[in-house]
Design a binder for this molecule. Structure first.
Ligand SMILES: O=C(O)CCC(=O)C(=O)O
Ligand SMILES: [Fe+2]
Length: 321
């Protein structure tokens, strides 16, 4: 997706014990409190969410209201999609970045020559719902899962907007199903997805069971994320960094392969409509030293830049004034 770090990578299996301190550090937000809060509770939680975005760029979300049965059905539906024959999947293969459904499988290589291995299908689900035609029940599950996670993302974006003193900006939702194969250490293929940040405002990540692998960059080191069972993992994207004029950094993250198990994750991301111009909010330009840290850019152009970026630097770094 975007920036790759050229640091050497060691294989970290999902079974590596995670430092208990690190585990406790990743902030946890309870959505049911936000949704039912008194004005005092709300402003306290808004502050906590703002703090999590500023210090970490991510948090775990509990009590979000999405039934476990729907989460499981969505993950199973993506698994069934990946298990279709190549012939059935081929109409979605190798499409352009802004096509409504785009699918790739296997090993890729970053600009720095790092290899990583994942299968994915990326689907535009809102405002228009697109869906592969197979498996047959995929569309119905996708529609419901997209609707429920969109409600979550919108509630969080409203809260994040409040923490910045802004109105929310959203309107466009994509969903990505990822499948990472197991990779025995002898294979020397450690990465499922190379270091990158996500383009939109906010991402909502769900993984299957306790096959971990997601790592986030925090204070200059990679921190393995052990998702709380049943929770969502929420993180910031590039557009939030732009809109907040650099106040909330876009989270740099990567995925390590497990040596024994296949990992499935589903990521849904919210952004403004792709035709919109994205720019630092004037209020935040005032706050952040009266300067725009980023220029205005059409969201669609930003997406193209990320995909076809020939430079070894992230697009955010290229644009930063
Ligand atoms: O698999 C994951 O946990 C994260 C996937 C991811 O970063 C992405 O799809 O952009
Ligand atoms: Fe990502």
């Amino acid at each position: 997706m975007a920036a790759s770090l050229s640091s050497s990578v060691t294989h970290i299996s999902a079974y590596v014990a995670v430092d208990a301190i690190i585990k406790e550090e990743i902030p946890v937000i309870d959505l049911s409190i936000l949704r039912n809060a008194t004005p005092n509770q709300r402003s306290q939680l808004i502050q906590e969410i703002g703090q999590a975005c500023k210090e970490w760029g991510c948090f775990s979300l509990i009590n979000h209201g999405v039934p476990e049965s729907l989460r499981t059905s969505m993950m199973e539906a993506f698994t069934e999609f990946f298990d279709l024959s190549e012939d059935e999947r081929k109409e979605y293969l190798g499409k352009r970045i802004l096509d409504p459904i785009r699918h790739e499988m296997g090993i890729s290589t970053t600009a720095e020559g790092e290899q990583y291995s994942r299968d994915f299908v990326r689907i535009f689900v809102h405002p228009a719902l697109h869906s592969p035609s197979k498996p047959l029940h995929f569309r119905a599950i996708l529609e419901e899962y997209a609707r429920q996670t969109r409600e979550i993302a919108n509630d969080l974006l409203t809260a994040i907007g409040e923490s910045l003193g802004l109105d929310e900006t959203n309107g466009h939702q994509i969903l990505v199903g990822n499948r990472y194969p197991p990779s025995p250490q002898a294979n020397q293929l450690a990465l499922g997805l190379s270091a990158h940040s996500d383009t939109p405002l906010l991402s909502v990540v769900m993984q299957k069971g306790s096959i971990h692998g997601l790592e986030v960059m925090h204070n200059g080191r990679w921190v393995p994320v052990q998702l709380i069972p049943g929770s969502f993992f929420i993180h910031t994207g590039d557009l939030l960094e732009i809109v907040s004029n650099g106040m909330y950094k876009s989270l740099l993250h990567r995925v390590m392969l497990d040596d024994r198990s296949t990992r499935i994750s589903v990521v849904t991301a919210m952004g403004p409509p792709v035709e919109n111009i994205v720019a630092p909010a004037p209020k935040l330009v005032e706050i952040v030293s009266n300067n725009s840290v980023f220029p205005s850019i059409k969201y669609m152009d930003y997406v193209e830049l990320v995909k076809y970026n020939p430079f070894g630097k992230s697009v955010l770094d290229l644009l930063r004034i």
